[in-house]
Design a binder for this molecule. Structure first.
Ligand code: ADP
Ligand code: MG
Length: 430
C-alpha cells in the first residue's frame, strides 16, 4: 500500500487515468475489510433539525438546528454569521432557516431590517410588522418595562428594568456624542433616570426634562448635564422625533411566531446613524420579551448587519446580548457582506474593532456564500479554511454556501419551495 502512495506518475491507459489514492493507508482485519467500503459519504448533521437543502458532496439532505447542535456539543454557541456578496442568497438562506423553524415551534424577531424585506415573510407566517419612520403613526417607548417574566421577583424586576433603561440611554448618548460619557454625565444620567422612573410609564422626554432641570441640591447641575441632554434630545426633537418620544402605540406580543421591525423608511437615505439609534431603541424594547428564559427558542436576525456595526456603544450592547444568548434560548443571526466588514468598524486595536471581531468568535456557525476574490485570503485566515474550501467559496452559485462549524464543514445548496421563491424574492422590488 505504502509504495503505491509514493507518487507514481499518472498512468494513461486508454481513456482512463489512474491517479494515486489521496487517502491515508489503513490497516484492518479481514473480518472488517470484507465489509469496509471507502466511498462512504459524510453523514451530515443528523436528522434532527430544519431542512435546508442538499449536501452538495453527498447528495443527502442537510438539516440544521442551532439548539440541537449546541446540546450535542457540535457547536459552542447557537449564534450564526452569514456572509456573502450582494445577491448571493444571504437573506434567502436566513429566511428559509427561520420560516421552516417556525413550523417546529421556534420564534423569530428581526430588529434590523433596513430594506423592509422581511415584511412579507412575517405576514406569511402570521407574525407582526412594526413600521417605524418619521411621519409614520407607530411609536415605541424604549423605556417600556415590558411584562415581568414569571419566576422573577418584583425587586429584581425593578433592578432589571432600571439597568435596561440605563444601558439604553447610555448607548444613545454615547452614540450621538461619539464619545464615552464623563463621570459627571454618568451621575447626571443616573439621577435623571431615577427621577423619571417615579412616573408610572416614563418616556425619553421625561428623562430629558430631568437632565435639563435637575432637582435643586443634586450632585450634578444642569450645566454638567448640558451636552448629554442635547444628545438624548435628538430623539425627542431631532430627525427621529415622533418615533421614540412618547407612550408606545403598539404592544409587543411575545406569543407571535415572528415580529419584524421595518426600518426601510429610516435608512433609505443612507442615514446609518439614524438606523443605529433606531436599532438601539427597538432592541431595548424587544429585550423585555427576549430575556424571558421561558419564552421558548428564538432567532434574532440582524439583516444588513454591517450598516449598524460602526458604533462601539451599540456593539457593546450586542456583545452582551450575544454572551447571554445561551441562557435565554436565543440564536443571533448576523448578516454581513464580508468578514472585513467586522474589521472596518475601527482601527486595529480600537475597542469597536475588538468588539466586532469578538462577535465573530461568538458565532459558532459561519455560513459563507460567494465572496469577492479580494476577500478570500482574509476569510481563509479568519476562519481557518483549507485551500479546497477557499476554492469552493470563490465560485459558489446563488444559494449555495459553505457551512462552517467548529470542526466540520459542508457545502449546501439551498432548496426552495415555489412559494418561498416568491416570498423571499428581493430582485422583484429592485
Ligand atoms: N437558489 C437560490 N437560492 C437563494 N436565492 C436565489 C436562488 N436563486 C435565485 N435567488 C434569488 O437571488 C436574489 C437575491 O437573494 P438574497 O437572499 O436577497 O441575497 P442577499 O441577501 O445575499 O443580497 C433573490 O431574489 C432570490 O430569490
Ligand atoms: Mg439581503
Amino acid at each position: 500500500m505504502q509504495e503505491l502512495v509514493d507518487d507514481p506518475p499518472p498512468v494513461v491507459d486508454g481513456l482512463r487515468c489512474r491517479l494515486p489514492l489521496l487517502v491515508d493507508d489503513h490497516r484492518a482485519t479481514t473480518r472488517i475489510l470484507r465489509i469496509a467500503y471507502p466511498f462512504l459519504a459524510e453523514g451530515g448533521l443528523g436528522a434532527d433539525g430544519t431542512y435546508i437543502g442538499n449536501d452538495v458532496f453527498s447528495g443527502g439532505s442537510f438539516v440544521y438546528d442551532p439548539w440541537v447542535l449546541y446540546q450535542s456539543r457540535v457547536i459552542t454557541n447557537p449564534n450564526v454569521l452569514l456572509a456573502g456578496v450582494i445577491g448571493s442568497g444571504k437573506s434567502s438562506t436566513a429566511k428559509a432557516l427561520i420560516t421552516r423553524s417556525i413550523a417546529l415551534g421556534y420564534k423569530a424577531y428581526v430588529p434590523c431590517d433596513p430594506k423592509g424585506e422581511w415584511t412579507p415573510v412575517a405576514e406569511a407566517v402570521g407574525g407582526a410588522v412594526i413600521k417605524l419612520g418619521p411621519g409614520l403613526p407607530t411609536r415605541l417607548n424604549p423605556l417600556d418595562a415590558g411584562s415581568r417574566p414569571s419566576g422573577v421577583l418584583n425587586d429584581d424586576w425593578h433592578r432589571i428594568v432600571r439597568s435596561r433603561r440605563r444601558a439604553l440611554l447610555g448607548t444613545l448618548a454615547e452614540s450621538t456624542l461619539g464619545r464615552p460619557l464623563t463621570a459627571l454625565e454618568h451621575t447626571g444620567l443616573d439621577l435623571a433616570i431615577d427621577r423619571a422612573s417615579q412616573l408610572p410609564a416614563p418616556t425619553i422626554p421625561d428623562v430629558v426634562a430631568a437632565l435639563f432641570d435637575p432637582d435643586a441640591g443634586q450632585e450634578t447641575s444642569a450645566v454638567d448635564n448640558r451636552e448629554l441632554a442635547h444628545a438624548i434630545r435628538r430623539l425627542v426633537h431631532g430627525d427621529l422625533a415622533g418615533m421614540f418620544d412618547g407612550p408606545s402605540t403598539t404592544r409587543f406580543d411575545p406569543s407571535l411566531p415572528m415580529v419584524t421591525l421595518d426600518s426601510s423608511w429610516i435608512g433609505a437615505g443612507g442615514n446609518d446613524q439614524a438606523l443605529r439609534l433606531t436599532l438601539a431603541c427597538a432592541s431595548s424594547w424587544l429585550e423585555a420579551a427576549v430575556t424571558d428564559p421561558a419564552g421558548g427558542k428564538r432567532f434574532i436576525v440582524y439583516d444588513e448587519g454591517w450598516r449598524v456595526m460602526r458604533d462601539p456603544a451599540l456593539l457593546r450592547r450586542m456583545q452582551e446580548q450575544w454572551k447571554l444568548s445561551r441562557a435565554w434560548g436565543v440564536s443571533n443571526v448576523l448578516i454581513v457582506h464580508r468578514l472585513s466588514d467586522l474589521a472596518a468598524v475601527g482601527d486595529l486595536g480600537s475597542e469597536a474593532r475588538a468588539l466586532a471581531e469578538g462577535l465573530l468568535a461568538d458565532c459558532s456557525t459561519r455560513i459563507m456564500l460567494r465572496q469577492e476574490p479580494d476577500q478570500l485570503a482574509r476569510t481563509a485566515t479568519l476562519l481557518g479554511l483549507t485551500d479546497v474550501e477557499v476554492a469552493t467559496i470563490a465560485k459558489l452559485p446563488k444559494g449555495r454556501a459553505l457551512w462552517r462549524l467548529p470542526s466540520r464543514s459542508f457545502v449546501v445548496q439551498l432548496v426552495r419551495h415555489a412559494r418561498e421563491v416568491e416570498l423571499f424574492d428581493t430582485d422583484g422590488r429592485m
